[in-house]
Design a binder for this molecule. Structure first.
Ligand SMILES: [Zn+2]
Ligand SMILES: [Zn+2]
Length: 272
């Protein structure tokens, strides 16, 4: 079982627990590494974001020093593709897209269900597939725009689609949309996340992305990083067992993110 997590939120953004509580919980679980990934600041929706990234970096660095020899602590960021503040001074970047862009306006795909439904109704003529197409069209640029080391929750647009209740994930239009984003992103050679966050928060029973997408990515040489997108100390490894089984079924190798990415010489400069 994977004993690390690099997608972790805390009270510096929209997480429930302090970094220290998260670290203590990770140590209790026998983790060897924990990476924090506070949300980058979005002017359009500041509520869930880090308003003091310098304070965040300082505290994570202090904890890293304090816990050296017990657990490796890293300071990363979950950088939204539309964030205008460059991700400087972090050990790594999770590149994520939480919005669809229409007529130069951003609409969240990660907010509450009613608001997403309203966006689809009012901005996309109730056509969920057209909403998904806009999402994947944007997602194509996530690595280039964020400098991502990990591609976050690839099919976040399925957040409320458990059991296909809003749209058919086998519809050729939907498949063409995600494949086109996958093809664009595969060229970057950056690992994709298998993200169990929607399981611990009760939105879904399976991780992002779907098994179909994982199979496609695997067939095209992609690798994956397992992460919990944890927002509290009880969910640091929620669903990891099932997600590892899923990776095995889909034939996608899990990378040791700490070894392969954070171990790179050009990444060491930011380390404690
Ligand atoms: Zn996210
Ligand atoms: Zn996250």
């Amino acid at each position: 079982m994977v004993k690390s997590n690099f997608h972790t939120h805390s009270t510096w953004c929209d997480g429930r627990d302090s970094p220290r509580r998260m670290v203590e919980a990770a140590v209790k679980r026998g983790f060897t590494a924990l990476g924090f990934s506070g949300h980058s600041y979005m002017e359009c929706e500041p509520g869930y974001c880090m308003s003091d990234p310098d304070g965040y970096k300082a505290q994570i660095r202090e904890l890293a020093a304090e816990y050296r020899g017990i657990i490796n602590i890293y300071c990363g960021v979950e950088q939204d593709m539309y964030c205008v503040h460059p991700p400087v001074g972090y050990d790594y970047v999770i590149g994520s897209l939480h919005y669809v862009c229409k007529d130069n306006r951003l609409y969240s795909v990660d907010c509450d269900r009613d608001e997403v439904c309203r966006t689809v109704r009012e901005e996309f003529g109730s056509d969920w597939l057209s909403f998904c197409e806009a999402y994947y069209e944007g997602l194509k640029h996530v690595v280039q725009r964020t400098g991502a080391d990990i591609i976050g929750h690839f099919d976040l647009v399925t957040k409320y689609n458990e059991g296909g209740r809003l749209f058919d994930e086998h519809d050729p239009r939907y498949v063409a949309a995600w494949r086109s984003a996958a093809d664009a992103l595969l060229k970057a050679g950056v690992p994709f996340e298998i993200n169990t966050g929607a399981i611990s928060r009760g939105y879904r029973t399976s991780p992002y992305p779907s098994e179909d997408i994982l199979r496609y990515l695997a067939a095209h040489g992609a690798k994956a990083v397992l992460s919990s997108d944890s927002h509290d100390s009880s969910s640091l490894d929620t669903g990891f067992g099932e997600a590892e089984d899923l990776a095995l079924r889909a034939g996608i190798p899990l990378v040791d993110f700490e070894q392969t990415i954070l171990g790179r010489t050009d990444k060491r400069i930011n380390r404690v």
